[in-house]
Design a protein around this ligand. Structure first.
Ligand code: IMP
Ligand code: MG
Length: 172
């Protein structure tokens, strides 16, 4: 896989630590349910939760909308958490906010469970690509409209293992 470096592992870890601090402060003295969006967010979530200083419960959700690099616009949840969400403080942990459709659909699903609160925490935000109106409550890094891989993010299931984030393709 030909990848051009974009965000170093050091930068990622620094931002993840800052996000963990922000979450720990926001939910001080409470317990949050981290709802991790599979598969892309599992690396981010693993680092994030280990830097949080408040109690967390972890569960997972899986949504399907992507084939290759293009979203077909339809989002279906193919795995849902069995943790009861009613009355809980839920933080959706997503790798990247792109068109916004995936996060939007997941947040609607969570809201229907009547949580005490729901927030969206993303590692990366690509605002240029947004198709639905949604913003992250906690965002790590804003990037341009480039397709990136690494640190959990894949292209056709490859590249998740890279500790850095890079742009697919060579230098332009
Ligand atoms: P959205 O529904 O368009 O916001 O897409 C969100 C999902 O698309 C993410 O959870 C990723 O799985 C995938 N995605 C979007 N952009 C990228 C990218 O640049 N690299 C890898 N996956 C991406
Ligand atoms: Mg994903």
């Amino acid at each position: 896989m030909n990848v051009t470096p974009l965000i170093s592992a050091e930068t990622i870890q620094r931002r993840v630590a800052e996000l963990a601090d922000a979450l720990s402060r926001r939910y001080a003295d409470r317990e949050v349910v981290l709802l991790v969006v599979l598969k892309g967010a599992f690396v981010f979530a693993a680092d994030l939760m280990r830097r949080m200083t408040i109690p967390v419960v972890v569960d997972f959700v899986r949504a399907r909308s992507y084939a290759g690099m293009e979203s077909n616009g339809v989002v279906a949840l193919t795995f849902t958490p069995d943790t009861p969400l009613e009355g809980r403080d839920v933080v959706i942990v997503e790798d990247i906010l792109d068109t916004g459709r995936t996060s939007y659909a997941i947040r609607e699903w969570v809201r229907a469970k009547q949580p005490a609160s729901v927030a969206l925490c993303v590692l990366l935000d690509k605002p240029a690509r947004r198709h639905v109106e949604i913003e992250a409550d906690f965002a790590g890094l804003v990037i341009d409209d480039r397709f990136v891989v690494g640190y959990g993010l894949d292209y056709e299931q490859q590249g998740r293992q890279f500790p850095d984030i890079g742009v697919l393709g060579g230098m332009e």
